[in-house]
Write a new protein. Sequence first.
Length: 438
Amino acid sequence: MSSKSSRQTVKKKSGAGKAETKNSQAAKTISKTDSKTNSKRGAPDAVTSKGASKNASEGVKKAATKVATKAATKVAGVKGGAKNSGTRRRAAAASFVPSMLGAGFDMDRCLAVKDEWAGQLLLPNYNVDTVAAGALSAAPGPAPDDNVVGVGLGEKIVGGIHTGILALKFLVRVKYNREQLSSSDELPPSVNGLPTDVEQVGTFRSFNSPLAATPDPRSRLLPAAPGCSVGFRPPPGQPPMAGTFGALVRRAQRHFILSNNHILADENQLGQNAPTFQPGFLDAGSPPNNAPIAALSAFSQLQTNGFNFVDCAISEVADPSLVTNSILRIGPPTGTTAARDKMPVHKFGRTTGYRVGFVDSTAMDVRVTYGIGTLRFRNQIIIKGLNGQQFSTNGDSGALVVEHGTNRATGLLIAGSTTHTIANHIADVLQALNVRLA
């Protein structure tokens, strides 16, 4: 259920998609904030990142969709941002065991194949013009541009057995039986000699939680610790939300709470100095038993066209005594490290608390449902829970993912499904916001 091979054609849908419902409790159409609106609201410095798909492999008849690849960023007057460069490719290559590469393949060639197919399957706009709120929770059709939500490189799995073979992986909402597919909807068994693998993951959604409040870490904490509940004040008509305080970061003598754009900035909607509350209003009760502990300072601008690299934001803490850098149950992060294939990791999130998992891919391009629409992210980390346990769920967005055993930060959790968790590379996050771990 996917795109074309040399004998297949992928059907593409046209037209701009409407904003999706933010959660199952209420539907709210959120328009993309333009620069004029931001200037009126006093928008914080924003990081813009656009990804690109590039034609790279021969013998594929259908050209990949082309989009801009330049990442132009600016936060607090400092230019930076995620780079889709040779350095990124070499880092991705280093995460795989060399024996997983088939004869005649190098990692640059494999990444080029991945980039092409991600451009074909993830960039076409999902046709939501006639889709009712919440309809994406229903089973999608088998057409690849509807069903495929991730394209990347990972180990081929057959019958639940890890084969040790590197494959082009297609993550789909629903894995249909072959007899349910037309020839145009089938994925090829290989692309230019690189094996493929199809894995069912459901629909990736951002994890700002619609779930009911429960005690600690959803209670008011003094000092507030990474892993606890945080969020913005919902505007009138929007249901309360909560996400996770990921890490304490700093720039010179200034300290900030690190989490996601969709947790601290309401998906590009909030302006400079918008308060960040602990706990989030979903967990605060009625009347709310929470308080502002920080003010929005900067965020990565989420792009509805092309690829994003990060979903991150920081809120400045006026009084450092109100926060700590020690993650609940885990402790302070000891530094950073690049994600590696099969790396054991753990995190503490607002909803699931402490969970252990492992890195399944370090270079996955994915399509994720947000309130402002369906967004695409390039070269993301995919994490699976240990022994089949779910690694994260609604409300865990913003959690810091750290290497088990060293407590070195490797990713910032942004979204997922019941089986797979998506995280930004921590180096991209810190670079985009011009901060370091405190």
